[in-house]
Design a protein around this ligand. Structure first.
Ligand code: FAD
Length: 311
């Protein structure tokens, strides 16, 4: 599809794709297209774009898409994806510096190869560093905020920032980092460790995941955050939702907080099934589940009116 490049891409050297299909970029494998997908070449390129792009226009950032549901009506405006230089990882004086586009698994493996301990838990998170910063991702008793020294990036005006976990008020699967921030890198603290022990630790984490989660499936990981004092999967199970279906969407039998696209699901199927689970849990226990999966874009019914949702 040919489209005139808007002026906010003037002077941009990265890759700009019009009418970009996003379903292949997310784990759930559903959803519509983005007006523009932008993969900046480097910091300067990203900064130039942000300075030129109207701060009121819709902007989304996509990492590995492992915690994201793109709605069927697609996405207005620009979606940014950090690749290439943004995926680099370095070790300097005990600190691991990782680009926001680096995969969490690569960061864990890189740290272990350098004999640096503390980041093994990242082997269990199938996202990027950028997504982990936004979500304060974690597993096996550790989360990003425990090992993060600072995160850097650019705000909607293209102004550089560096912030500590405390400054962003990072907490269980959430933070107060402004929605418009684009993270470009992170600095992680580590301690000295034995390479073989770290490798064995990661191997056992991978094995225990395979036992507990449907990791080979098209899923978005935990659909809902654990409510205070409860495990989401337990209240979902108690409300009789395990194995519930809608169209091509299924609530996993193996781990009932995981939504699964069985192959033919639409984003609408998945979101409606999630809402049905929320309703049933509310009726059963009075608990209101909070979506952990980020849902972005328009419902098909909104598409004609050009309505825009960010949740
Ligand atoms: C099988 C499976 C298992 C999982 N297990 C876990 C687990 O154990 N623990 C856990 O915490 N999560 C888990 N997840 C969820 C997911 O992997 C994490 O939330 C991960 O951190 C998301 O990273 P991502 O790069 O895929 O982000 P995406 O899903 O692409 O995006 C998530 C959010 O981060 C934002 N974002 C992404 N990159 C940037 C950036 N550079 N700057 C600013 N914002 C950005 C997006 O805009 C969006 O709001 C699992 C998912 C799956 C599919």
């Amino acid at each position: 599809m040919s489209r005139t490049l808007p002026s906010y891409f003037d002077g941009i050297t990265g890759k700009v794709s019009p009418d970009a299909a996003l379903s292949g970029l997310t784990w759930l494998g559903v959803g519509g297209r983005a007006d523009w997908l932008f993969e900046p070449e480097d910091d300067a390129d990203l900064q130039r774009f942000l300075a030129q792009y109207n701060t009121n226009s819709p902007l989304h950032i996509i990492g590995a898409g492992s915690n994201m549901l793109v709605r069927d009506g697609g996405i207005d405006g620009v979606v940014i994806r950090l690749t290439g230089q943004f995926a680099e990882i370095q070790h300097q004086a005990g600190f691991i510096h990782a680009g926001a586009g680096a995969s969490d698994g690569e960061v864990a493996r890189f740290a272990a190869k350098q004999g640096r301990a503390g980041l093994s838990f990242m082997i269990g998170i199938p996202g990027t560093v950028g997504g982990g910063l936004r979500m304060n991702a974690g597993c096996y008793g550790s989360e990003f905020k425990d090992v993060l020294v600072s995160a850097s990036g650019f705000d909607r005006q293209g102004k550089a920032f560096t912030a500590t976990p405390d400054e962003m008020n990072m907490r269980y699967r959430a933070s107060d980092a402004p929605q418009g921030w684009v993270f470009t890198s992170a600095k992680f603290a580590t301690v000295e460790g034995d390479k073989d022990t770290l490798r064995a630790e990661m191997k056992s984490m991978i094995a225990s995941r395979a036992d507990a989660q449907p990791i080979g499936a098209r899923t978005g990981g935990s659909t809902f955050a654990n409510p205070d004092g409860h495990k989401a999967w337990q209240v979902i199970d108690a409300a009789g939702c395990r194995g519930l279906r809608k169209g091509g969407a299924l609530l996993s039998e193996k781990h009932c907080n995981f939504l699964i696209n069985e192959g033919q699901a639409t984003a609408e199927d998945l979101e409606q099934l999630g809402e049905e689970v929320r309703d049933r849990v509310k009726q059963h226990s009075g608990i209101e589940l909070r979506w952990e999966i980020r849902r972005i874009g328009k419902h098909p019914s909104d598409a004609d009116e050009g309505e825009h949702h960010v949740l």
